[in-house]
Design a binder for this molecule. Sequence first.
Ligand code: NDP
Length: 445
Amino acid sequence: MSKNIEPIYRQIKDRNPGETEFHQAVREVLESLGPVLVRHPEFAELKIIERVSEPERQIIFRVPWQDDRGEIRINRGFRVEFNSALGVYKGGLRFHPSVNLGIIKFLGFEQVFKNALTCQPIGGAKGGSDFDPKGKSDNEIMRFCQSFMTELYRHLGEHTDVPAGDIGVGGRELGYLFGQYKRITNRYESTVLTGKGVHWGGSRVRTEATGYGAVYFVREMLKIRRQSLEGKICVVSGSGNVAIYTMEKLGKLGARVIACSDSNGVIVDEKGIDLDLVKRLKEVERRRIADYANYHKDAKYLAGGNIWKIPCQIAMPSATQNEISGDDARQLVNNGCIVVGEGANMPTTREGVKVFFDAGIAYGPSKAVNAGGVATSALEMQQNASRDSWSFEFTERKLDEIMTNIHARTHETAEEYGAPGNYVVGANVTAFIRVANAMVALGCI
Ligand code: NDP
């Protein structure tokens, strides 16, 4: 980190004690910015780094709800509206027991730069709750979502803040959230949430977008190295929304996915993962990935296993933050992995990232690789605003264009800033300059 930025980082750490994931995300961006301040001294003068690292608004609220036995439960809700220089606050909601303010702030901070990379008019935010949807009945999920929205609705709006899904928040939850918003406000404001069902205002391809987009980015990284996805052996962690559609697109482009996982264990199927079965187990029946082995006797289930030990050429972490440690990264490199494309947010630890750089493999950081989800959310807002509904093919073409452009811009910027092939520098610098210019233009906000 350059000398003039170090004290800023220290101050951010001191002002946000204990928020380790937030510190990690801020540090990763700040480490890229030394050369930017040399070319743009006005950003230092106007304290853009200090301002961009402080959320514009943070909302924390109580979410009481009743379980099926009639017992009152209390969870905590969050919405961190991080930066609106480029557009309305935009970013998903996460329901997972690990959620706390530091995690939501790291996700919100990342979202600001990710959204800037899409070149669409969207600022950055993130929200969620420490509510655990696992094992809850549909009615419990509905009551929780209704209570959550009963507070959150007052902070949302087509021109203010437009959430979407994330871990633990998919089509079912978004439906209940939107239903409650509509009931309280008496307004059918489609634009207030994205990721909606296609038959009630959602965009085609939104469900697939993050996974498909991540694979397009990996396809572009391979192109630079004069390679393709054809025949490549891949491993994809998780078996949720991002993982499923990453596997789907990898398969369509000729690669073979041999392993996926959930938080309990890993499935290895050398013939290639049976995606229809994963979709049925996870999207329809909401079961555990362990059940896969009941249908494919030659597949192996590794309870508590580490997916990064499975040899592969392409690794696409698509579960959660810091899932690839330094040791995992070394294992991947030693096993011949040549590309890592991050579908999840910040899935690789600092040590792991260093291992990838030292080994010279193609490493695509999440804020660039997984931007296809939010980009398609912005396309959903565009369709809602014009009361239009685009075809799957048209929407997917737009997503492909956006991802190809993000790859090209981040690749070019990395070269321009003396770090060829370094997509971390490319993404951080491209996004920061875009946000910073908007903040300068809007005055001291
Ligand atoms: P889902 O809830 O659909 O799936 C999450 C998957 O990851 C599940 O298989 C889950 O297993 C696993 N997982 C979650 N937490 C952990 C953990 N602590 N340890 C191990 N495994 C875990 O979420 P998404 O697919 O939507 O999100 C996955 C990642 O992608 C997240 O980092 C998210 O922020 C990021 N992302 C998502 C976008 C989207 O459009 N959905 C957009 C951009 C980024 P289990 O069921 O056992 O918990």
